[in-house]
Design a protein around this ligand. Structure first.
Ligand SMILES: Nc1ncnc2c1ncn2[C@@H]1O[C@H](COP(=O)(O)OP(=O)(O)OP(=O)(O)O)[C@@H](O)[C@H]1O
Ligand SMILES: [Mn+2]
Length: 538
């Protein structure tokens, strides 16, 4: 201070000017850095086209990061993780959305060998390249356990024997094939008790080709369900169930949407059919994508009720909204772009019965969610839920419980949380497969793995051997599931059907299921388990 006081006014002014300049320079540097940060984040978001809720997306990315980098689940594995997140929470715990938010390396962890790279990786972990690569875990222990046959209470060998007691729909309903029957009718009559179509059935392609190529003759809205669906009629009585496109492929489930208010995605329906076929289930009807002219192929062919909901938007595009309980109003209309509209077309299920007898039986899914924003379902709070289900028909014998395990694997892979009911063909009684219907809410969150969808498998500690064999094949090669899907989907007219991060998610989730089965094997040594005497042989 003394030195300062002895300075002249000029000198003091010069020093303070200098100091101000240094400060300003510093501020400028900090500002430029911040600008870069924002710009980078902006770029990243643009790259992944994350349009909503960047903060939750960041969370999800971390989660993806942990799983992709081979983070191991510690202390009790997947079931522990599941219990910690669901069973130990009370009903008053607020948000109903069952979420497996990232908690460090515990999130959805998979032991080793997860494929990395690609767009999602770039978003999730720009530093991944500096990490030590983890060796590929081939799950040799699971393969050994399968061969040993010591764990038949967990891994059940009951792939349906297609050569025995497997009548076709034609045989059951005493129908003979008309000479001029359409491909769809042939397909429907060839449905059997154990699957919708055979592994090498060429009719699948023929049915798909018809839905893509044949001229459309009539369009009406399908009653029932919560969201807009159209019944498309072609010549020769061929029909398809159409779900129109609402969003681009890279639009993710809105962060504040529950599974039951999520929009349906047409491309999820297409991808789910391909996945079901690749998994070898063959319980989903063929679905294909097609681009329509909204004026000539919908408006001009629409039935009276649908016609009433058409209008011209301010940008002069033709739009319609239909009538339904969710998103059927002017602000959620489906519009041509400018005149084109993409949709998914599912081959129609058979309706051979002449009277109004229902063809299919509707079952409440035992692991149904509450469909309420503040309530939990019983399975979410009761750790012994599965042992109760095992005692109730039709889950107490035969194939049904194993089919639900397959469905859980299937839904976990796609991220579909909307499995409230399922249907079976009435003519076949209980010893038949559950149809895989309604997958419009899958493929919504590629950076999030929803462990609660695996609850049936985790709580019952049960999986069909043929399904486990498939999963191991996807994991160990020659081709990962993402590649098989990419190839299969490339034949669809609206390819690319899936945004790349969804394909990568399939490989990551395959690993998570395998890890869950490993955990479950450890928890259930032979001779100590409940349900080991259950009759699951079919
Ligand atoms: N390929 C098909 N052919 C004929 N009918 C079908 C087909 N797929 C589904 N359905 C019937 O239409 C109903 C509604 O279909 P879907 O479940 O896909 O629509 P949704 O609007 O998502 O229904 P929800 O809101 O009840 O989940 C199904 O329950 C089923 O009975
Ligand atoms: Mn639905």
């Amino acid at each position: 201070m003394a030195v300062l006081r002895t300075m002249k006014l000029k000198e003091r002014l010069a020093i303070s000017l200098g100091a101000t300049l240094v400060l300003l320079t510093l501020l400028l540097i900090v500002d430029v850095q911040m600008d870069f940060g924002v710009a980078n984040r902006h770029l990243l978001q643009q790259h992944s086209k994350l349009r909503f809720g960047s903060s939750s997306n960041n969370n999800n990315n971390n989660e993806y990061d942990a799983a992709a980098s081979g983070g191991r689940v510690v202390g009790g594995g997947m079931l522990h993780e599941f219990k910690r997140k669901f069973l130990q929470k009370s009903n008053s715990s607020g948000s109903k959305e069952a979420s497996t938010q990232a908690t460090g390396s515990q999130s959805g962890g998979v032991a080793g060998g997860m494929p990395s790279g690609g767009a999602a990786d770039a978003v999730a972990s720009p530093t991944l390249s500096t990490r030590k690569p983890t060796p590929h875990d081939r799950y040799a222990d699971l393969q050994k356990v399968m061969i040993s046959g010591d764990y038949t209470h967990v891994i059940v060998d009951s792939s349906p024997d297609l050569t025995q007691d497997n009548p076709t729909m034609a045989a059951m309903l005493h129908k003979t094939l008309r000479a001029n029957a359409s491909n769809l009718e042939r397909f429907q009559l060839r449905i059997t008790k154990k699957e919708l179509y055979g592994e090498h059935d060429t009719l699948v392609d023929a049915v798909i080709r018809d839905m893509i190529k044949l001229p459309i003759q009539h369009v009406a809205q399908k009653e029932g369900g919560t969201q807009l669906k159209l019944i498309i009629e072609y010549p020769h009585d061929i029909k398809a169930l159409m779900k129109p496109m609402r969003f681009p492929r890279d639009q993710q489930t809105l962060p504040n949407h529950f599974y039951f208010t999520d929009y349906e995605r047409h491309n999820a329906e297409i991808a789910a059919f391909h996945l079901d076929r690749i998994l070898g289930f063959r319980r989903a009807m063929p679905v294909a994508g097609r681009t329509l002219n909204i004026t000539t192929e919908i408006y001009q062919l629409a039935d009276e009720n649908l016609l009433k909901t058409f209008f011209v938007s301010p940008s002069l595009n033709l739009c319609f909204h239909g009538k339904c309980s969710y998103y059927c109003d002017t602000s959620h209309a489906i519009c041509g772009n400018p005149d084109l509209l993409e949709g998914s077309f599912a081959a129609f299920l058979p309706s051979f019965e002449s009277s109004n007898r229902k063809e299919r039986k509707l079952w409440r899914h035992p692991w149904r969610r509450s469909y309420h924003k503040r309530k939990k379902a019983q399975w979410e709070t009761d750790a012994n839920y599965c042992s109760m289900v095992r005692d109730i028909p039709p889950y107490d014998e035969g194939r049904r419980l194993l089919d639900l395990m397959d469905m859980s694997v299937f839904d976990f892979l796609t991220g579909n949380m909307d499995r409230h009911h399922y249907e079976t063909f009435k003519v076949y009684g209980n010893e038949t497969f559950p149809l895989h219907l309604d997958h419009g809410r899958g493929f919504g969150r590629p950076f999030h793995d929803e462990l609660s969808i695996l609850a049936p498998v985790l709580q019952c500690c049960l999986i069909r051997k043929s399904t486990l064999v498939k999963l191991l094949e996807f994991h160990n090669g020659p081709k990962p599931l993402s590649q098989l899907m990419r190839e299969s989907l490339s034949y669809d007219p609206i390819s690319p059907v899936l945004w790349e991060p969804h394909l990568e998610a399939l490989d990551r989730r395959t690993g998570i299921i395998l890890q869950s089965i490993r955990d479950c094997i450890k928890r259930n040594p032979p001779g100590e388990t409940e349900g080991s005497d259950a009759d699951l042989s079919s």
